[in-house]
Design a protein around this ligand. Structure first.
Ligand SMILES: N[C@@H](CCC(=O)N[C@@H](CS)C(=O)NCC(=O)O)C(=O)O
Length: 182
């Protein structure tokens, strides 16, 4: 199996945590460079990472990859929760790119403010949940850590339960190995 991604991407990290000890090749690309874009384009029409290449198929989108690796269709509750995590991750990615490309560096536009509100609403939903280190918990963790890594939103004082879960997760398997800061 080949996983195309980057060390920084929260979507890619979720898949790396899920793959754990499985044998696979990780091709790290810089999606903002011409070379990186050309590589991703070969595998995915939507030009996004992660992409998983297996003997039988090539899969884009972290949700579809996660389902493929689990070898089962997620139940409705799981789908709803995973969808919410990707919604808040997408909102964070949009904020990040607006800052990076100097379109809205201080989140003042209505678009950015709406995304911040979306992030806080979804965090509040997960703050009321008792999370464990399973697929759902790992997904939440990857996005929380990426919010801090990219300075998107510091949830630690506003969401006490999530912060507790975040701190506890630091000791889990493969968390250090997949830390984008290292
Ligand atoms: N829905 C996709 C989103 C993936 C995504 O947005 N990945 C970012 C990297 S973190 C990306 O490829 N961005 C490329 C771009 O914005 O041009 C998934 O869950 O895999």
């Amino acid at each position: 199996m080949l996983l195309i991604g980057s060390k920084a991407s929260p979507y890619v990290r979720k898949i790396r945590l899920q793959l754990g000890q499985e044998v696979y090749k990780f091709l790290a690309v810089d999606i903002f460079s011409d070379e990186g874009k050309q590589i991703v384009q070969k595998y995915s029409p939507c030009l996004r990472i992660p992409v998983l290449v297996d003997e039988k198929t090539t899969i884009w989108d972290s949700y579809l990859i996660a389902q493929y690796l689990e070898d089962k269709t997620f139940d409705l509750e799981t789908k709803k929760n995973l969808f919410l995590i990707n919604e808040m991750t997408d909102a964070g990615i949009q904020l990040y790119q607006l800052r990076k490309f100097h379109l809205d560096e201080s989140d003042t536009s209505v678009f950015s403010q709406n995304n911040l509100t979306r992030i806080k609403n979804i965090l509040s939903y997960f703050d009321q949940m008792s999370l464990e280190w399973n697929l759902l918990g790992r997904w939440v963790f990857c996005t929380l850590d990426w919010f801090l890594y990219r300075d998107i939103y510091d949830f630690r004082n506003d969401f006490i339960h999530l912060n507790h879960f975040y701190q506890q997760s630091q000791n889990e398997k493969y968390v250090q190995e997949t830390d984008p800061r290292l």
